[in-house]
Design a protein around this ligand. Sequence first.
Ligand SMILES: NC(=O)c1ccc[n+]([C@@H]2O[C@H](COP(=O)([O-])OP(=O)(O)OC[C@H]3O[C@@H](n4cnc5c(N)ncnc54)[C@H](OP(=O)(O)O)[C@@H]3O)[C@@H](O)[C@H]2O)c1
Length: 272
Amino acid sequence: MNDFADKVVIVTGASSGIGRATAIAFYRAGARLALAARSTADLEQLAVEFGGDDMAIPFTLDVANPDQCQALIDRTVAHFGGVDVLINNAGMIVSGPFEHLQPGDIERQFAVNYFGAVYCTRAALPHLKKSRGVVVNVSSVAGFVGVPTSGAYSASKAALNSLGQSLAAELKPHGVAVVTVCPYFTSGAQLSRKGILRQGSRHKARLEGQQERPPRQAPGTQPVAVVADAILNAAAHRRRLVVLSPFGRLIWRVERWAPWLVDRVLPLAMRM
Ligand SMILES: NC(=O)c1ccc[n+]([C@@H]2O[C@H](COP(=O)([O-])OP(=O)(O)OC[C@H]3O[C@@H](n4cnc5c(N)ncnc54)[C@H](OP(=O)(O)O)[C@@H]3O)[C@@H](O)[C@H]2O)c1
């Protein structure tokens, strides 16, 4: 039973894509929600759809700012009385040929995708220990399989995977589960189209001196609602690691045993 009745769930990056769909999935499972991101209007609208203050509060923050992450946790505890589940989902992608990336872009990639999760988790831990709660880090298959033209993104997700492993062992004796969910390409979410696939078709167009074609859907892409249900399920069953979509799991395994094959197939899948 994925029953989160009256549980208090924080979702970062709840204004769109996977985070928004995950907030909806937890709302349907009975949870009360703190919805966090930078786009205040989108969060406010979602909170109203959930029935307002008793069920959901919007909170505007940049997860790269530790004080704002602390304020999110404080506000949630003041409003709902505690925290049961923290979902570190907020993320962005900086992509392009590595030599074109500026140091500031790469630092921002880590500030949002890695340190955002670090700051929110640190602030929430005292409350999660009380509730014997769950941290879910929404990472990526790209954290296991380095993606061409998205090295900074892959590295930030690899760091998040590693943090999840350490914390899972460290916090288990305190009753806190740390779950790492690695989605594969997801439709209805912005990141894959804005980033990885777009860069693939751009790169190829540059090489061939042609106009950029719109990125096609990667094989094995999952709809956002399926990913949201998987996140809910992983939290309910306190799973340590969930790698999503049969295609995502295949690439993850092949990377371990035949990395040369991944090096050949990935650029083709990305139209590079
Ligand atoms: N889509 C995919 O194919 C895919 C695959 C694997 C993993 N993922 C992971 O899934 C997560 C969600 O991605 P998505 O595809 O759903 O992307 P999305 O539609 O662009 O959503 C990203 C969310 O993160 C928020 N966000 C971005 N920067 C933020 C910041 N500095 N502070 C606070 N919130 C911030 C955005 O809201 P605001 O702009 O309002 O702040 C938005 O709500 C990411 O961690 C991503 O790496 C996605």
